[in-house]
Ligand binder design. Sequence first.
Ligand code: HEM
Length: 194
Amino acid sequence: PSESQIPGYTYGRAEHSPVTLDELKELKASVLFGEQDAELLRRVGELLDDQIEDVLDVWYAFVGSQPHLVAHFSQPGGAPIPEYLQAVRSRFGQWIRDTCTRPYDQEWLDYQQEIALRHTPAHKNATDHVNSTSVVPLRHLIALAVPISTTIRPFLANREDSAEQVDAMMQAWLKAVVVQVALWSRPYANEGQW
Ligand code: HEM
């Protein structure tokens, strides 16, 4: 679907992030994210573009197989909510595209803050009007950076023979994911300690 038709996807309409562009610059420097990584990510986006549903199948199978994760797409102490899983899935697919193709500018930073809040009591469940857990614990948010990264390797290797090229793209993707998880940790941190 075109991005404007994705329910709950409010890119370009999010509130101003409390994170500054300077802080973003520092985070990018900390993970050694450079202009070359931005280029590599655009290539990741091209290679993944027609495989995004397959990537999402792998991620959802993983989350679905882990009770401590699927719990946050479920009624508190109860069953998974299919409409919730489906609605988030569409935005997740768009997130892959955004991570690869959007400039990391003010608009991007603002939507990062919105994604962060959607994992916390501030905004979780509100977008899809569901009754689920009130927060994704920060420890799981951080830990998920590993499967979110390692699982894309076979999809890149489907389309790129050079292992060296695949390695370079994997590194760029990992950096982009870690920068975002760092941004998303902000609402969880004590005032002045982020
Ligand atoms: C929402 C990515 C970790 C559960 C989302 C969205 C994205 C995303 C892109 C949709 C944002 C939007 O609405 O546009 C990620 C990434 C993670 C991560 C990259 C780690 C690196 C987790 C973990 C859980 C989780 C560990 C636990 C099960 C959820 C839930 C939502 C969501 C329940 C829907 C929140 C709501 O709007 O109610 N995530 N996520 N996420 N994620 Fe995550």
